[in-house]
Design a protein around this ligand. Sequence first.
Ligand code: BES
Ligand code: ZN
Length: 458
Amino acid sequence: MTKLESYLQEHREVFEQDLFELLRIPSISASSEARPDVLAAGQWVADRLTGMGLETELISTDGHPIVFAQTPSVANGPTVLVYGHYDVQPPDPLAEWHSPPFEPTVRNGNVVARGATDDKGQMLTHVQSVRAWLATVGKLPIQIKFLIEGEEEVGSRALHHYLPDHTDQLACDVVVISDTSQFGPGMPAITYGLKGIAYFELTLTGAKQDLHSGTFGGAVANPANALTQLLARFIDNQGRVQIPGFYDDVIPVEDRERQNFAALPFDETRFMQRLEVDALAGEVGYTTLERRWVRPTFDINGLTSGYQGEGAKTVLPASASAKFSFRLVPNQDPTKIAAALRAFLQQHCPPGIRLQLAEMHHSPGVVVSLDSPYVHAAATAIHRAFERPPVFIREGGSIPVVTAFRQHLGSDTLLLGWGQDDDNTHGPNEKFSLADYHRGIRASAYLWEELGKISRRG
Ligand code: BES
Ligand code: ZN
């Protein structure tokens, strides 16, 4: 065993305690009340990187701060930008957690806490591996830059503003992100495609205030009725989005890719059992993996209107609202989708209802090239750490900055996920396997070695 490997072995406990510390900080970027906690998490990450001897900055923005740190440049090897996020999604529904979301608890070899896999645990694997290299070898064979932000879960607005003006600071040959999943337990994956997203909030208003539903119902437009009628128009019974032009720019799935997906060991029955559903639903003509990875979708994320308290209340609500999003595939343009949606809503909005559509955030989908020495290095590193070569997959989630990195830095991204797709990300009882945490650290440590064998581009 090399010195580096012994270090990783001996520091398992230290690495876990580090993760638990960060998980105790409730850095919910969507909540304005949590602002000090989001800052504290950013500060924690910056302190950890400083403590390892890295030149580190905690950059304030008009949103949440960005952490930037770097190791010294090296003459020959490539420069790698490690991106991750220290913010998390809101923990609700709170009542469904078996232990408090910000008190990390170990159960069945998993750490359970909001942010365990998404993305504190995964992001820290790269921090720990660099720490191990510095503590044992003293220096890295490549230059590493860390860019860890606090707004990924709400659309990365500050980072999108920061990027175009800091392309020299962030210049790199390749980006590394661990914020995705393996294909299954013991089946590591390199993800080469992510969906984009266009997120909206639609508010409908009717009368000036809530009314008696007997006195006024049937004569005055009901915004909750109108909202359900409008939303029901969005998809037909074939699972096809009905907004004119929605599919215009969708690139059809290639036969070869369909064959690759079909060859993956995906057990649909187990998938249903795990989710406790007795049927799957989606666009007709596509398999479950195709629906999840390469077809655009529509989902309502939240619905609000009328009486939500105990018992019955006969009320005709004055307003109703919905948060919803479209997951987009590469080549679909979120701004075109927003314009088409607006026209569609205006056309179908019933009389007596006023409509307001807020565009919350959007980003396009992305496919990254698999034809590079970096992908080869990543596959080797993963093979060494997980004792199994990775499979190549796409995923349905979004990481908005991946497209921006390509656009502004000209660099492609390696999406190396250590999570599992039953990690309950964004839901109650989020978890991350501690064995995968350590395997991720090991794979990351090997990745720096493998990337060091590639001589710098240009
Ligand atoms: N880690 C996820 C992205 C992800 C999820 C990738 C599932 C692959 C599979 C990330 O933190 C995330 O949830 N992103 C948001 C982005 C959005 C708020 C712009 C998402 O996908 O909902
Ligand atoms: Zn994430």
